[in-house]
Design a protein around this ligand. Structure first.
Ligand SMILES: Cc1cc2nc3c(=O)[nH]c(=O)nc-3n(C[C@H](O)[C@H](O)[C@H](O)COP(=O)(O)OP(=O)(O)OC[C@H]3O[C@@H](n4cnc5c(N)ncnc54)[C@H](O)[C@@H]3O)c2cc1C
Length: 417
């Protein structure tokens, strides 16, 4: 009898899961349905480049359905809620889908309205986010017209998608204003809820040093309580104030909103409790989770989503065959960090090992924790790899799901900060 798999979300995780499963199994054995609210697949890492005129919003989007292999049903509809007990997904169109196995891949949602004043006066005029295509395009126009003053980059709170993206924005802003010949007229400040530039001590020290070299001020342990767009200031819960002429804010993130309407599915902020090694949800045995929607203690990143794919597919197959699951996902994350001037840094880590210096993936390879042109080229090339290899579910040479250690100068181990 054919097993019915419903995949909620046709972004990075949902697409690669559907394509890998389709390749491994005939349609008569496995019926695969992917649901997404729209047909616009955004290559989100490309959003970083849009404000600086290095990419256009149109260059980083493709139709969602076209990324799915033949033999996968695509349903374009918002999800209304999931009934775990009756194994049924209710869609906003009124239709419903029953499943034998459910994969949650609906990512993280921005909730700017949850910060007082953020979407009030000044929003999209002098307060922006580059985390959406519209926001990134509007910010490009604002930056082009910015002739000097205080630029503040602010992370309201963790977790956020790609925790290094706001730092990359700071580095690129430094380079952008230098190229325009007005760097001395722009004061760049990074206000973060963390106690340093990043969550992991070794990388945090390296990145903090690079911010200082570029004359970018860091305000740490800053928890934004309010954004006053009229007066141009961020107000912290501890009453500290950070004045700005232009603010680039990474809003609070939560899980998809249908999760709150689905009894027993999510936690308090609508992410889905998930076993960090098997990727089986903790809410029902036939529900698995991939990508940003999961509560696993590693970065919310496309690289993590890609590495999770291997364990997820194996465990879906084990589950269907009635076999024990494998606990193989190690939290592997791998991120290029643009530092401007055609250079980038690379970090590679997992649940137990924080980013270390050395080379990736082996003793000869891309430099780790050190900026280089090679890493920048790697970052630029990745867009093509994303569309042509990662989403179709092909194996990527050198990019294994288990974190490689061969090229690393391992000095310490640390559990996720
Ligand atoms: C600015 C920026 C830069 C980034 N840079 C990097 C980077 O350099 N490297 C890296 O590894 N990662 C990066 N990321 C993160 C990466 O894009 C995400 O971690 C990755 O896309 C997560 O995949 P996902 O499948 O979990 O979620 P997504 O790819 O976001 O897919 C979720 C899907 O669910 C759908 N959905 C949500 N709610 C509903 C609903 N109610 N009904 C129907 N459909 C719904 C959405 O439409 C979406 O298509 C970046 C992200 C941003 C925003």
């Amino acid at each position: 009898m054919s097993t019915r798999i419903v995949i909620l979300g046709g972004g990075t995780g949902g697409t690669l899961t559907a394509n890998r499963l389709r390749r491994n199994h005939a349609p008569e054995d496995l019926q695969i349905t992917v649901v997404d609210q729209d047909d616009v697949h955004v290559y989100q890492p490309g959003l970083l480049f849009v404000p600086f005129g290095m990419a256009h919003s149109d260059d980083i989007v493709r139709p969602r359905a076209r990324q799915l292999h033949a033999g996968i049903d695509f349903v374009e509809s918002a999800i209304h809620h999931v009934d775990l007990e009756h194994q049924t997904v209710y869609l906003s169109t009124g239709a419903l889908l029953t499943y034998d196995l459910l994969v949650i891949a609906t990512g993280a949602r921005l909730v700017p309205e949850e910060t007082e004043g953020l979407t009030g006066p000044g929003w999209m005029e002098k307060v922006f986010t580059f985390y959406t295509p519209e926001g990134a395009a509007a910010l490009a126009r604002a930056l082009a017209g910015f002739e000097g003053g205080r630029l503040v980059v602010n992370v309201v709170d963790m977790p956020i998608k790609c925790p290094v993206a706001p730092l990359e924005f700071c580095f690129l802003a430094d380079w952008y204003f230098t190229e325009r010949g007005i760097r001395d007229k722009v004061q760049i400040t990074y206000a973060t809820p963390l106690d340093g530039a990043f969550t992991k001590p070794i990388a945090s020290e390296a990145l903090g040093g690079m911010l200082a070299e570029r004359n970018i001020d860091v305000i740490s342990e800053f928890n934004t309580g309010e954004v006053d767009g009229t007066a141009g200031k961020l107000i912290g819960y501890d009453e500290r104030q950070v004045p700005f002429d232009l603010a680039v804010v990474i809003p609070l993130h939560g899980g998809a909103e249908y999760i709150a309407r689905s009894p027993g599915l999510g936690d308090a902020v609508d992410f889905v409790p998930t076993d960090e090694h098997t990727l089986q949800s903790k809410v029902a045995p036939n529900v698995f989770v991939i990508g940003d929607a999961a509560t696993v203690p590693t970065s919310k990143a496309g690289s993590v989503t890609h590495f999770e794919g291997e364990t997820l597919i194996a465990n879906i197959e084990h589950f269907i065959a009635g076999e024990p699951l494998e606990a193989t996902f190690d939290g592997h994350a791998n991120c290029f960090i643009e530092t401007g001037h055609h250079k980038a840094l690379l970090i590679d880590f997992n649940y137990d090992t924080e980013p270390q210096p050395g080379h990736f993936p082996g003793a000869v390879g891309l430099p780790l924790l050190k900026d280089s042109r090679l890493n920048h080229l790697g970052k630029l090339l990745f867009q093509s790899v994303y569309w042509h290899s990662l989403l179709p579910g092909r194996d990527l040479p050198g990019l294994t799901s288990i974190m490689p250690t061969a090229g690393k100068h391992l000095t310490t181990t640390a559990k996720e900060a």
